[in-house]
Design a protein around this ligand. Structure first.
Ligand SMILES: C[S@@+](CC[C@H](N)C(=O)[O-])C[C@H]1O[C@@H](n2cnc3c(N)ncnc32)[C@H](O)[C@@H]1O
Length: 207
Protein backbone atom coordinates (compact mmCIF):
# COMPACT_ATOMS: atom_id res chain seq x y z
CA UNK A 1 0.00 0.00 0.00
CA UNK A 2 2.50 2.63 -1.04
CA UNK A 3 1.23 6.17 -0.78
CA UNK A 4 3.96 8.35 -2.13
CA UNK A 5 3.23 11.78 -3.39
CA UNK A 6 5.43 11.33 -6.43
CA UNK A 7 5.23 14.42 -8.46
CA UNK A 8 6.01 15.42 -11.97
CA UNK A 9 7.73 18.65 -11.02
CA UNK A 10 4.68 20.78 -11.75
CA UNK A 11 2.46 22.55 -9.30
CA UNK A 12 5.24 23.96 -7.14
CA UNK A 13 3.51 27.30 -6.75
CA UNK A 14 4.09 30.36 -4.62
CA UNK A 15 0.94 29.57 -2.69
CA UNK A 16 2.79 26.65 -1.05
CA UNK A 17 5.38 28.78 0.73
CA UNK A 18 6.43 26.99 3.91
CA UNK A 19 5.15 23.53 2.96
CA UNK A 20 7.41 20.59 3.81
CA UNK A 21 6.44 19.00 0.50
CA UNK A 22 5.75 21.92 -1.83
CA UNK A 23 4.76 19.81 -4.84
CA UNK A 24 1.09 19.08 -5.30
CA UNK A 25 -0.25 15.59 -4.74
CA UNK A 26 -0.08 13.84 -8.10
CA UNK A 27 -3.69 13.36 -9.20
CA UNK A 28 -2.60 10.38 -11.32
CA UNK A 29 -2.13 8.57 -8.02
CA UNK A 30 -5.69 9.25 -6.86
CA UNK A 31 -6.95 5.68 -7.16
CA UNK A 32 -4.73 4.47 -4.33
CA UNK A 33 -6.56 6.82 -1.98
CA UNK A 34 -9.78 4.84 -2.47
CA UNK A 35 -8.27 1.67 -1.01
CA UNK A 36 -10.26 0.74 2.11
CA UNK A 37 -7.26 -1.28 3.32
CA UNK A 38 -5.90 2.14 4.38
CA UNK A 39 -8.32 1.93 7.32
CA UNK A 40 -6.00 -0.67 8.89
CA UNK A 41 -3.35 1.98 9.54
CA UNK A 42 -5.77 4.91 9.73
CA UNK A 43 -8.65 3.50 11.80
CA UNK A 44 -11.81 5.61 11.32
CA UNK A 45 -13.08 4.73 14.82
CA UNK A 46 -10.09 6.37 16.49
CA UNK A 47 -9.92 9.34 14.16
CA UNK A 48 -13.64 10.14 14.12
CA UNK A 49 -13.93 9.83 17.91
CA UNK A 50 -11.35 12.62 18.23
CA UNK A 51 -13.48 14.93 16.09
CA UNK A 52 -16.03 14.87 18.93
CA UNK A 53 -18.56 16.27 16.47
CA UNK A 54 -21.84 17.16 18.16
CA UNK A 55 -25.18 16.08 16.61
CA UNK A 56 -25.80 17.97 13.37
CA UNK A 57 -22.33 19.57 13.35
CA UNK A 58 -20.60 20.87 10.23
CA UNK A 59 -17.35 18.98 9.61
CA UNK A 60 -14.88 19.85 6.87
CA UNK A 61 -12.46 17.30 5.43
CA UNK A 62 -9.49 19.47 4.38
CA UNK A 63 -7.67 17.95 1.41
CA UNK A 64 -10.33 15.27 1.03
CA UNK A 65 -8.67 13.72 -2.05
CA UNK A 66 -11.17 11.20 -3.41
CA UNK A 67 -13.26 11.52 -0.25
CA UNK A 68 -12.56 8.12 1.32
CA UNK A 69 -12.77 9.48 4.88
CA UNK A 70 -15.55 11.99 4.16
CA UNK A 71 -17.76 9.21 2.76
CA UNK A 72 -16.96 6.86 5.64
CA UNK A 73 -17.77 9.57 8.17
CA UNK A 74 -21.04 10.29 6.34
CA UNK A 75 -22.01 6.61 6.43
CA UNK A 76 -21.41 6.45 10.19
CA UNK A 77 -22.80 9.88 11.01
CA UNK A 78 -25.70 10.78 8.71
CA UNK A 79 -26.55 13.63 11.10
CA UNK A 80 -23.40 15.59 10.18
CA UNK A 81 -23.05 18.11 7.34
CA UNK A 82 -19.74 17.23 5.72
CA UNK A 83 -17.82 19.52 3.40
CA UNK A 84 -15.27 17.58 1.33
CA UNK A 85 -12.73 20.19 0.25
CA UNK A 86 -9.85 19.90 -2.17
CA UNK A 87 -7.75 22.23 -4.30
CA UNK A 88 -7.58 19.85 -7.26
CA UNK A 89 -10.66 19.63 -9.49
CA UNK A 90 -9.58 16.15 -10.65
CA UNK A 91 -9.95 14.83 -7.10
CA UNK A 92 -13.39 16.37 -6.69
CA UNK A 93 -14.49 14.97 -10.06
CA UNK A 94 -13.49 11.52 -8.86
CA UNK A 95 -15.50 12.00 -5.69
CA UNK A 96 -18.52 13.23 -7.66
CA UNK A 97 -18.30 10.14 -9.89
CA UNK A 98 -18.23 7.77 -6.90
CA UNK A 99 -21.60 5.98 -6.54
CA UNK A 100 -21.15 6.13 -2.75
CA UNK A 101 -21.71 9.89 -2.95
CA UNK A 102 -25.31 9.29 -4.06
CA UNK A 103 -25.79 7.38 -0.78
CA UNK A 104 -24.29 10.26 1.18
CA UNK A 105 -26.49 13.33 0.65
CA UNK A 106 -24.76 14.96 3.62
CA UNK A 107 -21.40 15.22 1.77
CA UNK A 108 -20.80 18.38 -0.29
CA UNK A 109 -17.69 18.38 -2.50
CA UNK A 110 -16.18 21.88 -2.60
CA UNK A 111 -13.18 23.46 -4.28
CA UNK A 112 -10.79 25.37 -2.03
CA UNK A 113 -11.55 28.61 -3.87
CA UNK A 114 -14.69 28.61 -1.69
CA UNK A 115 -12.63 28.56 1.51
CA UNK A 116 -13.08 32.22 2.36
CA UNK A 117 -16.88 31.85 2.36
CA UNK A 118 -16.59 29.00 4.90
CA UNK A 119 -14.46 31.00 7.33
CA UNK A 120 -15.60 30.70 10.96
CA UNK A 121 -18.41 28.28 10.06
CA UNK A 122 -17.03 24.85 10.87
CA UNK A 123 -17.33 22.82 14.10
CA UNK A 124 -14.59 20.35 13.27
CA UNK A 125 -11.90 19.96 10.62
CA UNK A 126 -10.36 16.66 9.63
CA UNK A 127 -6.94 16.74 7.93
CA UNK A 128 -5.51 13.36 6.99
CA UNK A 129 -2.15 13.00 5.23
CA UNK A 130 -2.26 16.62 4.16
CA UNK A 131 -0.41 18.82 6.67
CA UNK A 132 2.93 18.22 4.91
CA UNK A 133 1.42 19.65 1.70
CA UNK A 134 0.11 22.85 3.29
CA UNK A 135 1.95 26.13 2.94
CA UNK A 136 1.71 28.87 5.56
CA UNK A 137 -1.30 30.42 3.88
CA UNK A 138 -3.26 27.19 3.63
CA UNK A 139 -2.49 26.32 7.26
CA UNK A 140 -3.82 29.73 8.32
CA UNK A 141 -6.92 29.21 6.16
CA UNK A 142 -7.50 25.85 7.82
CA UNK A 143 -7.39 27.44 11.28
CA UNK A 144 -9.68 30.28 10.17
CA UNK A 145 -12.43 27.81 9.23
CA UNK A 146 -13.18 27.03 12.86
CA UNK A 147 -16.00 28.38 14.94
CA UNK A 148 -14.70 29.73 18.30
CA UNK A 149 -14.94 26.32 20.02
CA UNK A 150 -14.24 24.25 16.95
CA UNK A 151 -11.45 21.70 16.73
CA UNK A 152 -9.11 20.20 14.20
CA UNK A 153 -7.89 16.62 14.03
CA UNK A 154 -4.59 16.38 12.17
CA UNK A 155 -3.24 12.95 11.26
CA UNK A 156 -0.15 12.74 9.08
CA UNK A 157 2.81 10.52 8.27
CA UNK A 158 5.38 10.72 11.06
CA UNK A 159 8.90 11.68 9.93
CA UNK A 160 10.35 10.02 13.04
CA UNK A 161 9.07 6.56 12.09
CA UNK A 162 10.80 4.22 9.64
CA UNK A 163 7.99 3.12 7.31
CA UNK A 164 7.58 0.75 4.37
CA UNK A 165 4.76 2.99 3.04
CA UNK A 166 4.05 6.67 2.55
CA UNK A 167 6.10 9.64 1.39
CA UNK A 168 9.85 9.91 2.09
CA UNK A 169 10.65 10.98 5.64
CA UNK A 170 12.07 14.32 4.55
CA UNK A 171 8.72 15.22 2.94
CA UNK A 172 6.79 15.01 6.22
CA UNK A 173 6.91 16.35 9.80
CA UNK A 174 7.81 14.96 13.18
CA UNK A 175 5.10 15.37 15.82
CA UNK A 176 6.98 18.32 17.34
CA UNK A 177 7.38 20.06 13.97
CA UNK A 178 3.71 19.58 13.14
CA UNK A 179 2.78 20.98 16.52
CA UNK A 180 4.82 24.15 15.91
CA UNK A 181 3.20 24.61 12.50
CA UNK A 182 -0.28 24.50 13.96
CA UNK A 183 0.68 26.74 16.89
CA UNK A 184 1.99 29.34 14.45
CA UNK A 185 -1.43 29.29 12.82
CA UNK A 186 -2.91 30.34 16.18
CA UNK A 187 -4.04 26.93 17.42
CA UNK A 188 -3.68 25.34 20.86
CA UNK A 189 -2.44 21.81 20.22
CA UNK A 190 -2.87 18.55 22.13
CA UNK A 191 -0.80 15.49 21.23
CA UNK A 192 -2.85 12.32 21.02
CA UNK A 193 -1.61 8.75 21.09
CA UNK A 194 0.13 8.12 17.75
CA UNK A 195 -0.84 5.47 15.21
CA UNK A 196 1.65 2.97 13.79
CA UNK A 197 2.96 5.34 11.09
CA UNK A 198 1.16 8.59 11.85
CA UNK A 199 1.12 11.26 14.52
CA UNK A 200 -2.25 12.45 15.76
CA UNK A 201 -2.85 15.99 16.98
CA UNK A 202 -6.01 17.79 17.99
CA UNK A 203 -6.11 21.56 18.08
CA UNK A 204 -8.42 24.37 19.02
CA UNK A 205 -8.41 28.08 18.44
CA UNK A 206 -6.36 29.85 21.08
CA UNK A 207 -8.12 33.23 20.84
C1 LIG B 1 -2.29 12.66 0.15
S1 LIG B 1 -3.85 13.28 -0.34
C2 LIG B 1 -4.85 12.74 1.04
C3 LIG B 1 -6.33 12.76 0.73
C4 LIG B 1 -7.29 12.36 1.88
N1 LIG B 1 -7.17 13.22 3.04
C5 LIG B 1 -7.09 10.93 2.27
O1 LIG B 1 -6.36 10.68 3.25
O2 LIG B 1 -7.64 10.05 1.59
C6 LIG B 1 -3.74 15.04 -0.04
C7 LIG B 1 -4.86 15.86 -0.69
O3 LIG B 1 -4.81 17.19 -0.17
C8 LIG B 1 -5.08 18.08 -1.22
N2 LIG B 1 -4.54 19.40 -0.84
C9 LIG B 1 -3.24 19.75 -0.67
N3 LIG B 1 -3.13 21.05 -0.32
C10 LIG B 1 -4.40 21.53 -0.26
C11 LIG B 1 -4.95 22.81 0.03
N4 LIG B 1 -4.18 23.85 0.33
N5 LIG B 1 -6.30 22.96 0.00
C12 LIG B 1 -7.09 21.92 -0.33
N6 LIG B 1 -6.62 20.69 -0.63
C13 LIG B 1 -5.30 20.50 -0.60
C14 LIG B 1 -4.45 17.45 -2.42
O4 LIG B 1 -4.98 17.93 -3.64
C15 LIG B 1 -4.75 15.97 -2.19
O5 LIG B 1 -5.97 15.59 -2.79
Amino acid sequence: MPEHSHHGGHGHGQDRQGARQPERFDARRASMLDDRARFEILPPDRIFALLAAPEGARVLDFGTGTGLFALELARRRPDLQIVALDEQPQMLERLRANPALAQAPNVSPRHSRELAALSGSVDAVLAINVLHELGDEATAQLAALLKPHGRVVVVDWNAAVERPVGPPRDHVYTTAEARVRLERAGLRVTEQEPLQYHFVLTAERSD
